[in-house]
Design a binder for this molecule. Sequence first.
Ligand code: F6R
Length: 605
Amino acid sequence: MCGIVAATATRNIGGDLIRMLRCLDYRGYDSAGISTFSGGNAIEVRKKQGPLAGLEEVLGESPIDGHAGIGHTRWATHGVPSDENAHPHLSEDCGVSIVHNGIIENYRELITEIEAAGIKRVSETDTEVLVHTISLFLAKNGDATAQQIVWYLSQKIRGAFAIVIQRANKPEEIIGMRYQCPMNFVSLSGIAAISSDISSLIEYSRDIEVLKDGQAVAITPNGHAVFDFNGTPSESVKVHADWPIDKVAKDGFDHFLRKEISQEPEALRALVKSARSSADELHAFIAAQDIKKVIFLACGSAAFAGTLGSFYARHKKLPIDVLSEIGSEFRYLPPYVDDKTLMVAVSQSGETADSIGAIEHAKSQGARVLSFVNVVGSTIDRLCDMSVRLAAGPEVAVPSSKAVINQFMATTLVVELLADNSEASFDAWEKGCLALADTIENIIAREDEIADFAAKIAGHQSSFALGRGLDFASALEMALKLKETAYLHCEPMFAGEFKHGSLSLVEYGMPIFCFLGDPAVRHKSITAIEEIKARGAHPFIFDAQDRDDPDVAALGHYFNAANLGPPYSSVAHLTVAHLLSYHAGLLRNTDVDRPRNLAKSVTVE
Ligand code: F6R
Protein backbone atom coordinates (compact mmCIF):
# COMPACT_ATOMS: atom_id res chain seq x y z
CA MET A 1 0.00 0.00 0.00
CA CYS A 2 2.83 2.32 0.84
CA GLY A 3 5.34 3.13 -1.88
CA ILE A 4 9.00 2.28 -1.39
CA VAL A 5 12.01 3.41 -3.40
CA ALA A 6 15.79 3.28 -3.05
CA ALA A 7 18.79 4.16 -5.18
CA THR A 8 22.55 3.85 -4.89
CA ALA A 9 24.87 5.32 -7.51
CA THR A 10 28.21 6.85 -8.33
CA ARG A 11 26.44 10.23 -8.40
CA ASN A 12 23.83 12.03 -6.27
CA ILE A 13 20.41 10.36 -6.25
CA GLY A 14 18.18 12.83 -4.33
CA GLY A 15 16.35 13.81 -7.52
CA ASP A 16 15.95 10.15 -8.51
CA LEU A 17 14.23 9.35 -5.22
CA ILE A 18 11.69 12.16 -5.67
CA ARG A 19 11.06 11.22 -9.31
CA MET A 20 10.44 7.61 -8.34
CA LEU A 21 8.21 8.64 -5.44
CA ARG A 22 6.09 10.70 -7.82
CA CYS A 23 5.18 7.47 -9.64
CA LEU A 24 4.17 5.96 -6.29
CA ASP A 25 2.20 8.88 -4.90
CA TYR A 26 -1.05 7.00 -5.53
CA ARG A 27 0.02 4.18 -3.20
CA GLY A 28 -0.29 6.43 -0.17
CA TYR A 29 -0.38 10.13 0.44
CA ASP A 30 -0.57 10.37 4.22
CA SER A 31 3.10 11.38 4.32
CA ALA A 32 6.33 11.15 2.34
CA GLY A 33 10.00 11.05 3.22
CA ILE A 34 13.52 10.30 2.09
CA SER A 35 16.83 9.60 3.77
CA THR A 36 20.26 9.97 2.19
CA PHE A 37 23.84 9.41 3.15
CA SER A 38 26.24 12.15 2.16
CA GLY A 39 29.32 11.27 4.17
CA GLY A 40 30.30 11.18 7.85
CA ASN A 41 28.64 8.66 10.13
CA ALA A 42 25.05 9.70 9.94
CA ILE A 43 22.11 9.29 7.62
CA GLU A 44 19.89 12.34 7.22
CA VAL A 45 16.11 12.24 6.94
CA ARG A 46 13.48 14.67 5.67
CA LYS A 47 9.82 13.72 5.99
CA LYS A 48 6.48 15.44 6.06
CA GLN A 49 2.84 14.61 6.70
CA GLY A 50 0.62 14.94 3.62
CA PRO A 51 1.27 14.33 -0.07
CA LEU A 52 4.67 14.44 -1.74
CA ALA A 53 4.46 18.18 -2.46
CA GLY A 54 4.89 18.83 1.29
CA LEU A 55 8.15 16.88 1.34
CA GLU A 56 9.37 18.74 -1.73
CA GLU A 57 8.75 22.02 0.10
CA VAL A 58 10.74 20.79 3.10
CA LEU A 59 13.58 19.71 0.81
CA GLY A 60 13.48 23.13 -0.85
CA GLU A 61 14.13 24.76 2.52
CA SER A 62 16.48 22.14 3.86
CA PRO A 63 17.94 20.02 1.07
CA ILE A 64 19.65 16.65 1.50
CA ASP A 65 21.34 14.54 -1.15
CA GLY A 66 23.96 11.83 -1.49
CA HIS A 67 25.05 8.80 -3.44
CA ALA A 68 22.60 6.48 -1.68
CA GLY A 69 19.14 6.91 -0.27
CA ILE A 70 15.70 5.48 0.35
CA GLY A 71 12.20 6.96 0.16
CA HIS A 72 8.58 6.30 1.03
CA THR A 73 5.00 7.40 0.49
CA ARG A 74 2.82 6.27 3.36
CA TRP A 75 -0.66 4.88 3.73
CA ALA A 76 -1.13 4.77 7.48
CA THR A 77 -1.80 1.45 9.19
CA HIS A 78 -0.07 1.77 12.59
CA GLY A 79 -0.26 5.30 13.91
CA VAL A 80 -2.01 8.38 12.55
CA PRO A 81 -0.66 10.28 9.54
CA SER A 82 1.93 12.67 11.08
CA ASP A 83 5.51 13.87 10.63
CA GLU A 84 6.67 11.54 13.43
CA ASN A 85 5.01 8.47 11.94
CA ALA A 86 6.26 9.23 8.42
CA HIS A 87 9.03 7.00 7.03
CA PRO A 88 12.03 6.66 6.84
CA HIS A 89 12.63 5.80 10.48
CA LEU A 90 16.10 6.31 11.87
CA SER A 91 17.98 4.50 14.60
CA GLU A 92 19.01 6.56 17.64
CA ASP A 93 22.61 6.85 16.38
CA CYS A 94 21.36 7.77 12.86
CA GLY A 95 23.30 4.77 11.56
CA VAL A 96 20.32 2.83 10.15
CA SER A 97 17.33 4.04 8.19
CA ILE A 98 14.32 1.96 7.14
CA VAL A 99 11.22 2.21 5.01
CA HIS A 100 8.55 -0.45 5.08
CA ASN A 101 5.32 -1.48 3.43
CA GLY A 102 3.01 -4.01 5.06
CA ILE A 103 2.33 -5.01 8.64
CA ILE A 104 4.63 -6.46 11.31
CA GLU A 105 2.20 -8.57 13.31
CA ASN A 106 4.48 -9.20 16.31
CA TYR A 107 5.77 -5.66 16.69
CA ARG A 108 4.53 -5.44 20.28
CA GLU A 109 6.85 -8.32 21.29
CA LEU A 110 9.74 -6.45 19.69
CA ILE A 111 8.85 -3.24 21.54
CA THR A 112 9.45 -5.05 24.82
CA GLU A 113 12.98 -5.99 23.73
CA ILE A 114 13.71 -2.49 22.50
CA GLU A 115 12.47 -0.82 25.65
CA ALA A 116 14.46 -3.28 27.74
CA ALA A 117 17.53 -2.00 25.87
CA GLY A 118 16.65 1.54 26.92
CA ILE A 119 15.52 2.77 23.51
CA LYS A 120 12.68 5.29 23.44
CA ARG A 121 10.39 5.16 20.45
CA VAL A 122 9.48 8.45 18.82
CA SER A 123 6.64 7.19 16.63
CA GLU A 124 3.63 4.88 16.90
CA THR A 125 4.65 2.75 13.93
CA ASP A 126 5.62 -0.89 13.64
CA THR A 127 8.37 0.22 11.22
CA GLU A 128 10.31 2.14 13.84
CA VAL A 129 10.51 -1.07 15.86
CA LEU A 130 12.34 -2.68 12.93
CA VAL A 131 15.00 -0.01 12.77
CA HIS A 132 15.81 -0.34 16.47
CA THR A 133 15.83 -4.13 16.18
CA ILE A 134 18.45 -3.94 13.44
CA SER A 135 20.42 -1.27 15.20
CA LEU A 136 20.64 -3.44 18.35
CA PHE A 137 21.84 -6.34 16.18
CA LEU A 138 24.45 -4.15 14.48
CA ALA A 139 25.65 -2.83 17.83
CA LYS A 140 26.86 -6.37 18.54
CA ASN A 141 27.62 -7.37 14.95
CA GLY A 142 29.04 -4.24 13.36
CA ASP A 143 30.41 -6.11 10.35
CA ALA A 144 27.22 -8.03 9.65
CA THR A 145 26.65 -8.73 5.97
CA ALA A 146 23.40 -8.03 4.15
CA GLN A 147 22.69 -11.76 4.30
CA GLN A 148 23.17 -11.83 8.08
CA ILE A 149 20.96 -8.78 8.63
CA VAL A 150 18.18 -10.24 6.49
CA TRP A 151 18.44 -13.61 8.20
CA TYR A 152 18.31 -11.98 11.65
CA LEU A 153 15.33 -9.80 10.82
CA SER A 154 13.43 -12.64 9.16
CA GLN A 155 13.80 -14.68 12.37
CA LYS A 156 12.49 -11.81 14.46
CA ILE A 157 9.44 -10.65 12.54
CA ARG A 158 6.05 -12.03 11.49
CA GLY A 159 3.72 -10.44 8.98
CA ALA A 160 3.67 -9.19 5.43
CA PHE A 161 6.37 -6.79 4.41
CA ALA A 162 8.62 -5.12 1.92
CA ILE A 163 11.50 -3.55 3.82
CA VAL A 164 14.39 -1.44 2.60
CA ILE A 165 17.40 -0.83 4.84
CA GLN A 166 20.16 1.74 4.51
CA ARG A 167 23.10 1.83 6.90
CA ALA A 168 25.86 4.35 7.45
CA ASN A 169 28.62 1.82 8.02
CA LYS A 170 28.12 0.40 4.52
CA PRO A 171 26.69 3.43 2.75
CA GLU A 172 26.89 2.24 -0.84
CA GLU A 173 24.83 -0.89 -0.12
CA ILE A 174 21.05 -0.92 0.23
CA ILE A 175 19.15 -4.02 1.27
CA GLY A 176 15.61 -4.92 0.25
CA MET A 177 13.59 -7.87 1.49
CA ARG A 178 10.17 -9.02 0.46
CA TYR A 179 7.41 -11.15 1.91
CA GLN A 180 3.89 -10.74 0.46
CA CYS A 181 4.42 -7.12 -0.58
CA PRO A 182 5.89 -6.22 -3.96
CA MET A 183 9.53 -5.28 -4.52
CA ASN A 184 11.43 -4.88 -7.79
CA PHE A 185 14.88 -3.64 -8.72
CA VAL A 186 17.19 -2.74 -11.57
CA SER A 187 20.95 -3.04 -11.46
CA LEU A 188 23.04 -1.18 -14.03
CA SER A 189 26.57 0.04 -14.30
CA GLY A 190 26.90 3.00 -11.91
CA ILE A 191 23.38 2.88 -10.46
CA ALA A 192 20.94 0.41 -8.94
CA ALA A 193 17.42 1.14 -7.74
CA ILE A 194 14.58 -0.56 -5.88
CA SER A 195 10.87 0.21 -6.09
CA SER A 196 7.57 -1.31 -5.11
CA ASP A 197 6.31 -0.46 -8.62
CA ILE A 198 7.87 -1.44 -11.91
CA SER A 199 6.62 1.85 -13.43
CA SER A 200 9.10 3.92 -11.45
CA LEU A 201 12.06 1.80 -12.60
CA ILE A 202 11.35 1.93 -16.33
CA GLU A 203 13.27 5.18 -16.71
CA TYR A 204 16.42 3.18 -15.83
CA SER A 205 15.73 -0.03 -17.70
CA ARG A 206 12.91 -2.08 -19.13
CA ASP A 207 14.58 -5.23 -17.86
CA ILE A 208 13.27 -5.41 -14.35
CA GLU A 209 14.07 -7.94 -11.65
CA VAL A 210 11.06 -8.92 -9.54
CA LEU A 211 11.76 -10.38 -6.09
CA LYS A 212 9.77 -13.44 -5.06
CA ASP A 213 8.36 -13.89 -1.57
CA GLY A 214 11.13 -14.81 0.83
CA GLN A 215 13.85 -13.20 -1.26
CA ALA A 216 16.13 -10.28 -0.54
CA VAL A 217 18.52 -8.20 -2.58
CA ALA A 218 21.60 -6.15 -1.75
CA ILE A 219 22.28 -3.46 -4.35
CA THR A 220 25.39 -1.34 -4.88
CA PRO A 221 26.31 0.93 -7.81
CA ASN A 222 28.39 -1.94 -9.17
CA GLY A 223 26.01 -4.84 -8.92
CA HIS A 224 23.61 -6.82 -6.80
CA ALA A 225 23.14 -10.10 -4.97
CA VAL A 226 19.80 -11.87 -4.64
CA PHE A 227 19.45 -14.41 -1.83
CA ASP A 228 16.78 -16.06 0.28
CA PHE A 229 16.20 -15.27 3.94
CA ASN A 230 18.79 -17.91 4.88
CA GLY A 231 21.40 -16.13 2.80
CA THR A 232 21.48 -18.74 0.02
CA PRO A 233 21.95 -17.20 -3.45
CA SER A 234 18.70 -17.22 -5.35
CA GLU A 235 17.19 -16.15 -8.71
CA SER A 236 14.71 -13.30 -9.00
CA VAL A 237 12.10 -13.21 -11.78
CA LYS A 238 13.09 -11.26 -14.87
CA VAL A 239 10.38 -9.18 -16.51
CA HIS A 240 10.69 -7.16 -19.68
CA ALA A 241 8.40 -4.15 -19.34
CA ASP A 242 7.30 -3.71 -22.93
CA TRP A 243 4.25 -1.55 -22.20
CA PRO A 244 4.26 2.17 -22.97
CA ILE A 245 5.47 4.56 -20.30
CA ASP A 246 2.46 6.62 -19.33
CA LYS A 247 3.41 10.12 -18.54
CA VAL A 248 1.72 10.87 -15.23
CA ALA A 249 -0.08 13.85 -16.72
CA LYS A 250 -3.65 15.04 -16.73
CA ASP A 251 -3.45 15.85 -20.44
CA GLY A 252 -5.64 18.93 -20.18
CA PHE A 253 -8.18 17.39 -17.82
CA ASP A 254 -8.71 18.86 -14.36
CA HIS A 255 -8.36 15.46 -12.71
CA PHE A 256 -6.91 12.05 -13.46
CA LEU A 257 -10.31 10.53 -12.71
CA ARG A 258 -11.97 12.58 -15.43
CA LYS A 259 -9.16 11.76 -17.87
CA GLU A 260 -9.49 8.06 -17.10
CA ILE A 261 -13.29 8.10 -17.52
CA SER A 262 -12.75 9.69 -20.93
CA GLN A 263 -10.38 6.80 -21.74
CA GLU A 264 -13.04 4.16 -21.04
CA PRO A 265 -13.92 3.59 -24.72
CA GLU A 266 -10.28 3.25 -25.85
CA ALA A 267 -9.47 1.05 -22.86
CA LEU A 268 -12.32 -1.28 -23.77
CA ARG A 269 -11.15 -1.48 -27.37
CA ALA A 270 -7.68 -2.32 -26.04
CA LEU A 271 -9.18 -5.13 -23.92
CA VAL A 272 -10.78 -6.58 -27.04
CA LYS A 273 -7.36 -6.60 -28.76
CA SER A 274 -5.66 -8.08 -25.74
CA ALA A 275 -8.27 -10.84 -25.33
CA ARG A 276 -8.12 -11.51 -29.08
CA SER A 277 -4.37 -12.00 -28.89
CA SER A 278 -4.91 -14.54 -26.08
CA ALA A 279 -7.97 -16.14 -27.71
CA ASP A 280 -6.38 -19.46 -28.72
CA GLU A 281 -4.76 -19.86 -25.35
CA LEU A 282 -8.06 -18.97 -23.62
CA HIS A 283 -10.07 -21.50 -25.62
CA ALA A 284 -7.45 -24.15 -24.84
CA PHE A 285 -7.26 -23.22 -21.16
CA ILE A 286 -11.01 -23.56 -20.73
CA ALA A 287 -11.19 -26.76 -22.77
CA ALA A 288 -8.36 -28.39 -20.80
CA GLN A 289 -10.24 -28.69 -17.52
CA ASP A 290 -13.35 -30.60 -16.48
CA ILE A 291 -14.85 -27.50 -14.85
CA LYS A 292 -17.54 -28.15 -12.27
CA LYS A 293 -17.35 -24.83 -10.43
CA VAL A 294 -16.24 -21.32 -11.34
CA ILE A 295 -15.28 -18.76 -8.74
CA PHE A 296 -14.83 -15.11 -9.65
CA LEU A 297 -12.47 -13.68 -7.07
CA ALA A 298 -11.66 -10.03 -6.45
CA CYS A 299 -12.09 -7.09 -4.07
CA GLY A 300 -14.00 -3.80 -4.26
CA SER A 301 -15.12 -2.69 -7.70
CA ALA A 302 -13.31 -5.64 -9.26
CA ALA A 303 -15.52 -7.93 -7.18
CA PHE A 304 -18.61 -6.31 -8.69
CA ALA A 305 -17.32 -7.58 -12.03
CA GLY A 306 -17.53 -11.03 -10.44
CA THR A 307 -21.10 -10.33 -9.35
CA LEU A 308 -21.98 -9.47 -12.93
CA GLY A 309 -20.22 -12.58 -14.23
CA SER A 310 -21.95 -14.91 -11.78
CA PHE A 311 -25.39 -13.44 -12.54
CA TYR A 312 -24.72 -13.51 -16.26
CA ALA A 313 -23.92 -17.21 -15.94
CA ARG A 314 -27.52 -17.67 -14.78
CA HIS A 315 -28.76 -15.73 -17.79
CA LYS A 316 -26.79 -18.16 -19.93
CA LYS A 317 -28.14 -21.10 -17.89
CA LEU A 318 -24.67 -22.55 -17.25
CA PRO A 319 -25.16 -25.99 -15.70
CA ILE A 320 -22.43 -25.43 -13.08
CA ASP A 321 -22.06 -23.29 -9.96
CA VAL A 322 -20.61 -19.90 -10.75
CA LEU A 323 -19.83 -17.99 -7.56
CA SER A 324 -18.60 -14.49 -6.93
CA GLU A 325 -16.30 -14.31 -3.92
CA ILE A 326 -14.58 -11.49 -2.05
CA GLY A 327 -10.83 -11.80 -1.50
CA SER A 328 -10.84 -10.83 2.18
CA GLU A 329 -13.39 -13.52 3.12
CA PHE A 330 -12.24 -16.33 0.87
CA ARG A 331 -9.29 -17.64 2.88
CA TYR A 332 -11.26 -17.73 6.10
CA LEU A 333 -14.62 -18.97 4.84
CA PRO A 334 -13.80 -20.69 1.58
CA PRO A 335 -16.33 -22.54 -0.53
CA TYR A 336 -15.39 -26.09 -1.50
CA VAL A 337 -12.52 -25.93 -4.00
CA ASP A 338 -10.85 -28.79 -5.86
CA ASP A 339 -9.15 -29.58 -9.16
CA LYS A 340 -12.46 -29.19 -10.98
CA THR A 341 -12.66 -25.57 -9.85
CA LEU A 342 -11.71 -22.70 -12.12
CA MET A 343 -10.94 -19.52 -10.23
CA VAL A 344 -11.08 -16.31 -12.26
CA ALA A 345 -9.15 -13.62 -10.41
CA VAL A 346 -9.73 -10.01 -11.44
CA SER A 347 -7.47 -7.16 -10.39
CA GLN A 348 -6.35 -3.79 -11.69
CA SER A 349 -3.15 -3.58 -9.63
CA GLY A 350 -2.42 -7.28 -9.43
CA GLU A 351 -1.13 -6.59 -5.90
CA THR A 352 -4.28 -6.73 -3.78
CA ALA A 353 -3.20 -8.76 -0.73
CA ASP A 354 -6.67 -10.19 -0.02
CA SER A 355 -6.97 -11.46 -3.58
CA ILE A 356 -3.45 -12.90 -3.54
CA GLY A 357 -4.19 -14.81 -0.33
CA ALA A 358 -7.37 -16.22 -1.85
CA ILE A 359 -5.61 -17.27 -5.05
CA GLU A 360 -2.89 -19.03 -3.07
CA HIS A 361 -5.51 -20.89 -1.08
CA ALA A 362 -7.43 -21.94 -4.20
CA LYS A 363 -4.23 -23.14 -5.86
CA SER A 364 -3.29 -25.14 -2.79
CA GLN A 365 -6.63 -26.98 -3.12
CA GLY A 366 -5.95 -27.87 -6.75
CA ALA A 367 -7.95 -25.14 -8.51
CA ARG A 368 -6.66 -23.66 -11.75
CA VAL A 369 -6.52 -19.89 -11.79
CA LEU A 370 -7.10 -17.60 -14.73
CA SER A 371 -6.46 -13.93 -14.06
CA PHE A 372 -7.38 -10.66 -15.71
CA VAL A 373 -4.85 -8.10 -14.50
CA ASN A 374 -4.04 -4.57 -15.59
CA VAL A 375 -0.50 -4.25 -14.24
CA VAL A 376 1.79 -6.55 -16.15
CA GLY A 377 4.43 -8.29 -14.06
CA SER A 378 2.41 -7.81 -10.86
CA THR A 379 2.10 -10.60 -8.30
CA ILE A 380 -1.30 -11.87 -9.50
CA ASP A 381 -0.15 -11.69 -13.11
CA ARG A 382 2.72 -14.04 -12.26
CA LEU A 383 0.92 -16.23 -9.73
CA CYS A 384 -1.85 -17.54 -11.95
CA ASP A 385 -1.90 -20.43 -14.42
CA MET A 386 -2.91 -18.08 -17.20
CA SER A 387 -3.13 -14.30 -17.23
CA VAL A 388 -4.88 -12.03 -19.71
CA ARG A 389 -4.08 -8.32 -19.78
CA LEU A 390 -6.95 -5.99 -18.96
CA ALA A 391 -5.03 -3.49 -21.10
CA ALA A 392 -6.81 -0.44 -19.67
CA GLY A 393 -3.52 1.46 -19.47
CA PRO A 394 -2.16 2.93 -16.25
CA GLU A 395 -4.74 4.24 -13.78
CA VAL A 396 -3.64 7.03 -11.46
CA ALA A 397 -6.89 8.14 -9.78
CA VAL A 398 -7.58 6.06 -6.71
CA PRO A 399 -11.22 5.45 -7.72
CA SER A 400 -10.96 2.92 -10.52
CA SER A 401 -12.92 3.70 -13.69
CA LYS A 402 -11.60 2.46 -17.04
CA ALA A 403 -10.17 -0.69 -15.46
CA VAL A 404 -13.57 -1.47 -13.92
CA ILE A 405 -15.32 -1.41 -17.29
CA ASN A 406 -12.71 -3.89 -18.58
CA GLN A 407 -13.02 -6.03 -15.45
CA PHE A 408 -16.78 -6.27 -15.98
CA MET A 409 -16.37 -7.24 -19.62
CA ALA A 410 -13.64 -9.75 -18.76
CA THR A 411 -15.96 -11.77 -16.52
CA THR A 412 -18.64 -11.82 -19.21
CA LEU A 413 -16.09 -13.17 -21.71
CA VAL A 414 -15.37 -16.08 -19.40
CA VAL A 415 -19.09 -16.81 -19.12
CA GLU A 416 -19.54 -16.65 -22.91
CA LEU A 417 -16.70 -19.13 -23.40
CA LEU A 418 -17.96 -21.44 -20.67
CA ALA A 419 -21.34 -21.46 -22.39
CA ASP A 420 -19.88 -21.94 -25.85
CA ASN A 421 -16.12 -22.20 -26.20
CA SER A 422 -16.18 -21.29 -29.90
CA GLU A 423 -14.85 -18.61 -32.21
CA ALA A 424 -18.43 -17.48 -32.89
CA SER A 425 -19.00 -16.89 -29.20
CA PHE A 426 -15.76 -14.90 -28.95
CA ASP A 427 -16.73 -12.85 -32.01
CA ALA A 428 -20.14 -12.02 -30.54
CA TRP A 429 -18.51 -10.81 -27.32
CA GLU A 430 -16.04 -8.72 -29.31
CA LYS A 431 -18.86 -7.14 -31.32
CA GLY A 432 -20.76 -6.41 -28.12
CA CYS A 433 -17.71 -4.75 -26.54
CA LEU A 434 -17.12 -2.54 -29.57
CA ALA A 435 -20.75 -1.40 -29.58
CA LEU A 436 -20.45 -0.77 -25.86
CA ALA A 437 -17.34 1.36 -26.43
CA ASP A 438 -19.35 3.53 -28.87
CA THR A 439 -22.21 3.82 -26.40
CA ILE A 440 -19.82 4.87 -23.64
CA GLU A 441 -18.52 7.58 -25.96
CA ASN A 442 -22.09 8.83 -26.39
CA ILE A 443 -22.67 8.80 -22.65
CA ILE A 444 -19.54 10.85 -22.07
CA ALA A 445 -20.74 13.32 -24.71
CA ARG A 446 -23.88 13.80 -22.57
CA GLU A 447 -21.84 14.70 -19.50
CA ASP A 448 -23.85 17.90 -18.91
CA GLU A 449 -27.02 15.93 -18.24
CA ILE A 450 -25.17 13.82 -15.69
CA ALA A 451 -23.59 16.91 -14.11
CA ASP A 452 -27.15 18.28 -13.66
CA PHE A 453 -28.09 15.11 -11.80
CA ALA A 454 -24.99 15.57 -9.63
CA ALA A 455 -26.16 19.07 -8.70
CA LYS A 456 -29.47 17.57 -7.56
CA ILE A 457 -27.85 15.01 -5.24
CA ALA A 458 -24.82 16.93 -3.97
CA GLY A 459 -26.61 18.35 -0.93
CA HIS A 460 -27.79 14.96 0.34
CA GLN A 461 -26.06 12.75 2.90
CA SER A 462 -27.63 9.42 2.09
CA SER A 463 -29.01 7.55 -0.88
CA PHE A 464 -29.75 4.10 -2.28
CA ALA A 465 -28.80 2.37 -5.52
CA LEU A 466 -31.25 -0.25 -6.69
CA GLY A 467 -30.92 -2.95 -9.30
CA ARG A 468 -32.16 -6.44 -9.96
CA GLY A 469 -30.40 -9.21 -11.86
CA LEU A 470 -27.40 -7.92 -13.80
CA ASP A 471 -28.23 -4.38 -12.71
CA PHE A 472 -27.35 -5.22 -9.13
CA ALA A 473 -23.68 -5.09 -10.17
CA SER A 474 -24.23 -1.56 -11.55
CA ALA A 475 -25.91 -0.58 -8.27
CA LEU A 476 -22.92 -1.89 -6.32
CA GLU A 477 -20.51 0.18 -8.41
CA MET A 478 -22.66 3.33 -8.17
CA ALA A 479 -22.80 3.02 -4.38
CA LEU A 480 -19.07 2.45 -3.92
CA LYS A 481 -18.09 5.23 -6.31
CA LEU A 482 -20.38 7.77 -4.62
CA LYS A 483 -19.00 6.87 -1.19
CA GLU A 484 -15.40 6.88 -2.32
CA THR A 485 -15.42 9.85 -4.68
CA ALA A 486 -18.12 12.15 -3.29
CA TYR A 487 -18.22 10.99 0.36
CA LEU A 488 -21.97 10.54 -0.15
CA HIS A 489 -23.41 7.53 1.59
CA CYS A 490 -25.15 5.19 -0.83
CA GLU A 491 -26.46 1.74 -0.04
CA PRO A 492 -26.75 -0.76 -2.88
CA MET A 493 -29.80 -3.00 -2.74
CA PHE A 494 -31.66 -5.53 -4.80
CA ALA A 495 -34.70 -3.54 -5.91
CA GLY A 496 -37.03 -6.32 -4.77
CA GLU A 497 -35.51 -6.40 -1.27
CA PHE A 498 -36.15 -2.76 -0.59
CA LYS A 499 -39.68 -3.28 0.63
CA HIS A 500 -38.46 -5.84 3.21
CA GLY A 501 -37.22 -3.18 5.60
CA SER A 502 -34.99 -0.51 4.10
CA LEU A 503 -37.94 1.36 2.62
CA SER A 504 -38.48 2.78 6.12
CA LEU A 505 -35.40 5.00 5.63
CA VAL A 506 -36.87 6.72 2.60
CA GLU A 507 -37.63 10.35 3.21
CA TYR A 508 -39.03 13.06 1.04
CA GLY A 509 -36.51 13.96 -1.67
CA MET A 510 -34.02 11.17 -0.95
CA PRO A 511 -32.05 10.30 -4.13
CA ILE A 512 -32.48 6.72 -5.24
CA PHE A 513 -30.56 5.48 -8.28
CA CYS A 514 -32.46 2.89 -10.27
CA PHE A 515 -30.90 0.78 -13.00
CA LEU A 516 -32.93 -0.66 -15.85
CA GLY A 517 -30.24 -2.31 -17.98
CA ASP A 518 -31.32 -5.94 -17.53
CA PRO A 519 -34.36 -6.58 -19.75
CA ALA A 520 -35.26 -9.79 -17.89
CA VAL A 521 -36.32 -7.84 -14.79
CA ARG A 522 -37.10 -4.39 -16.20
CA HIS A 523 -40.83 -4.48 -15.43
CA LYS A 524 -40.14 -5.69 -11.88
CA SER A 525 -37.67 -2.88 -11.29
CA ILE A 526 -40.18 -0.35 -12.59
CA THR A 527 -42.65 -1.52 -9.94
CA ALA A 528 -40.00 -0.85 -7.29
CA ILE A 529 -39.45 2.66 -8.70
CA GLU A 530 -43.19 3.33 -8.45
CA GLU A 531 -43.12 2.22 -4.83
CA ILE A 532 -40.29 4.52 -3.81
CA LYS A 533 -41.77 7.39 -5.79
CA ALA A 534 -45.02 6.92 -3.83
CA ARG A 535 -42.97 7.37 -0.62
CA GLY A 536 -41.63 10.73 -1.75
CA ALA A 537 -38.13 9.67 -2.86
CA HIS A 538 -36.51 11.14 -5.97
CA PRO A 539 -35.68 8.34 -8.38
CA PHE A 540 -32.81 8.80 -10.83
CA ILE A 541 -33.55 6.27 -13.52
CA PHE A 542 -30.92 4.81 -15.86
CA ASP A 543 -32.66 3.11 -18.74
CA ALA A 544 -31.46 1.21 -21.83
CA GLN A 545 -34.16 1.51 -24.49
CA ASP A 546 -34.08 2.22 -28.21
CA ARG A 547 -36.18 5.30 -27.50
CA ASP A 548 -36.94 7.14 -24.27
CA ASP A 549 -39.85 5.54 -22.43
CA PRO A 550 -42.14 8.44 -21.48
CA ASP A 551 -44.02 6.43 -18.81
CA VAL A 552 -40.80 5.56 -17.00
CA ALA A 553 -39.32 9.00 -17.58
CA ALA A 554 -42.36 10.48 -15.81
CA LEU A 555 -41.33 8.64 -12.62
CA GLY A 556 -38.17 10.64 -11.99
CA HIS A 557 -34.96 12.08 -13.40
CA TYR A 558 -34.35 10.01 -16.48
CA PHE A 559 -31.25 9.05 -18.50
CA ASN A 560 -31.64 6.59 -21.35
CA ALA A 561 -28.49 4.99 -22.80
CA ALA A 562 -28.57 2.74 -25.86
CA ASN A 563 -30.28 -0.64 -25.79
CA LEU A 564 -27.35 -3.02 -26.17
CA GLY A 565 -28.94 -6.01 -24.50
CA PRO A 566 -27.51 -8.00 -21.61
CA PRO A 567 -24.88 -7.72 -20.23
CA TYR A 568 -23.68 -4.68 -22.18
CA SER A 569 -26.40 -2.20 -21.17
CA SER A 570 -25.71 -2.83 -17.48
CA VAL A 571 -22.02 -2.12 -18.07
CA ALA A 572 -22.76 1.08 -20.02
CA HIS A 573 -24.44 2.39 -16.87
CA LEU A 574 -21.11 2.19 -15.05
CA THR A 575 -19.90 5.18 -17.03
CA VAL A 576 -22.96 7.10 -15.84
CA ALA A 577 -22.07 6.08 -12.28
CA HIS A 578 -18.48 7.22 -12.76
CA LEU A 579 -19.40 10.61 -14.19
CA LEU A 580 -22.12 11.20 -11.61
CA SER A 581 -19.76 10.39 -8.73
CA TYR A 582 -17.04 12.56 -10.26
CA HIS A 583 -19.33 15.60 -10.56
CA ALA A 584 -20.88 15.03 -7.13
CA GLY A 585 -17.33 14.90 -5.74
CA LEU A 586 -16.44 18.21 -7.38
CA LEU A 587 -19.56 19.84 -5.95
CA ARG A 588 -18.86 18.41 -2.50
CA ASN A 589 -15.27 19.60 -2.73
CA THR A 590 -13.61 16.22 -2.25
CA ASP A 591 -10.23 15.21 -3.60
CA VAL A 592 -11.65 13.02 -6.37
CA ASP A 593 -8.25 11.66 -7.40
CA ARG A 594 -7.10 10.86 -3.91
CA PRO A 595 -10.04 10.36 -1.56
CA ARG A 596 -9.24 10.51 2.14
CA ASN A 597 -8.02 7.35 3.87
CA LEU A 598 -7.68 5.36 0.64
CA ALA A 599 -4.81 4.12 -1.49
CA LYS A 600 -4.85 2.74 -4.99
CA SER A 601 -3.21 -0.55 -4.33
CA VAL A 602 -4.25 -2.41 -1.15
CA THR A 603 -1.24 -4.56 -0.45
CA VAL A 604 -2.11 -5.24 3.19
CA GLU A 605 -4.69 -7.68 4.48
C1 F6R B 1 -12.85 1.27 -6.26
C2 F6R B 1 -11.53 0.69 -6.21
C3 F6R B 1 -11.29 -0.48 -5.34
C4 F6R B 1 -10.57 -1.59 -6.13
C5 F6R B 1 -10.18 -2.74 -5.18
C6 F6R B 1 -9.50 -3.87 -5.94
O1 F6R B 1 -12.87 2.37 -7.09
O2 F6R B 1 -10.62 1.15 -6.86
O3 F6R B 1 -12.47 -0.96 -4.76
O4 F6R B 1 -11.42 -2.03 -7.14
O5 F6R B 1 -9.34 -2.27 -4.18
O6 F6R B 1 -8.31 -3.43 -6.51
P1 F6R B 1 -7.58 -4.25 -7.65
O7 F6R B 1 -8.47 -4.25 -8.84
O8 F6R B 1 -6.30 -3.51 -7.86
O9 F6R B 1 -7.37 -5.64 -7.12
